[in-house]
Design a protein around this ligand. Structure first.
Ligand code: UDP
Ligand code: MG
Length: 315
């Protein structure tokens, strides 16, 4: 199959990224300049409290290829990306972060793979020292657990820096999940996929918007979005404790019938009770997590709300 380059949309979610946007805009313009096809840069302001929106407005006034969508509050990284995917008009859509950690220089490689016939080009971060070792270890742990538990396999070090063909974008637009986990969804939708490795830069300016607490809930969302396996743990654990209690009963009978002592050992009883108690609570927590998701989803609220937007008819 031979393809010809068509119009390109670059989707960039921004939360308080005023210090990064101009540099990113300049670099993207430079990378895309040699291509003859039209392109648009679509920034999604995810409820920033700095002057991100002012910076975007100024750039959009001077360059008709720059558009922005501003959400009514902070809806989170994944929702901001979804808002961008919904508004993107290109035949090829590339999503990337605003902080220059996703180098624009990788884009030509992605386009090359699209020309070869791939519909989704994922990226994986090469191990490097720009991210803290804590983040690297927790990230590796997360992908191991996620892939062991869930039905879709996500490459370790996967990032939301990817190219999507319009077909794949359309499939994602039709997914209205309240707890969106795009790294899993893009694998789940299928199509011809490939991946490339990139060297992540250090964040250009500002700070990470993903502290540990947010990363933890993102990871939990990932696991519970793609697997119901944790719910089955209850069955396994129930079997384990049933066997244990049968053992205890047999032991108690033996002690009562064949020895002169009564059943001693409140310690073993206390241990068993507290083990059972914590396991039941754990399973209740897991069930609660899924139930909560169901509750949020059944309300069918819009995934995000747009406050203002500046989308021009350039593509
Ligand atoms: N971001 C967003 N909404 C959020 C958090 C982050 O739009 O609630 C954007 C942020 O501006 C950046 C990208 O998502 O462009 C990735 O965030 P960040 O670089 O802080 O995450 P990290 O690279 O540290 O994991
Ligand atoms: Mg970043």
């Amino acid at each position: 199959m031979h393809r010809q380059l068509k119009d390109i949309s670059i989707v960039i979610p921004c939360l308080n990224e005023a210090a990064c946007i101009v540099t990113l805009y300049k670099e993207l313009s430079q990378v895309l300049a040699p291509y003859s096809c039209p392109y648009e840069l679509l920034f999604v302001d995810d409820g920033s409290t700095d002057n991100t929106l002012d910076v975007l407005s100024v750039i959009a006034q001077t360059d008709k290829r720059v558009h922005w969508v501003s959400l009514s509050r902070n809806f989170g990284y994944q929702k901001a990306l979804k808002a961008g995917l919904d508004a993107a008009k290109g035949h090829i859509v590339i999503t990337m972060d605003a902080d220059m950690q996703h180098p624009p220089t990788v884009i030509p490689q992605m386009l090359e793979l699209w020309l070869e016939g791939y519909d989704v080009v994922n990226t994986v971060r090469k191990e490097n020292s720009t991210s803290s070792s804590f983040k690297r270890i927790t990230s590796r742990l997360f992908y191991r657990i996620m892939n062991a538990l869930s039905d879709v396999q996500i490459p370790e070090g996967g990032a939301d820096f990817r190219l999507l063909d319009a077909k794949a974008v359309h499939a994602l637009q039709n997914c209205h999940e309240d707890f969106l986990f795009l790294r899993g969804m893009t694998v789940w939708i299928g199509f011809r996929q490939t991946q490339i490795a990139y060297q992540a830069n250090a964040r250009y300016a500002g700070q990470t918007k993903y502290p540990f607490k947010k990363m933890f809930s993102f990871a939990l969302c990932g696991v519970t979005s793609f697997s119901v396996r944790p719910l089955r743990w209850a069955i396994g654990l129930a079997g384990f404790f049933a066997l244990l209690s049968i053992g205890e009963i047999l032991y108690a009978i033996y002690v009562a019938c064949f020895t002169s002592q009564g059943v001693s050992g409140w310690a073993s009883l206390a241990i068993l009770v507290s083990m059972l108690g914590s396991t039941i609570l754990l399973m209740l927590g897991i069930i609660g997590e899924y139930l909560g998701k169901l509750f949020m989803q059944c309300k069918q609220r819009p995934e995000y709300i747009i406050k203002e937007q500046c989308i021009k008819d350039t593509l």
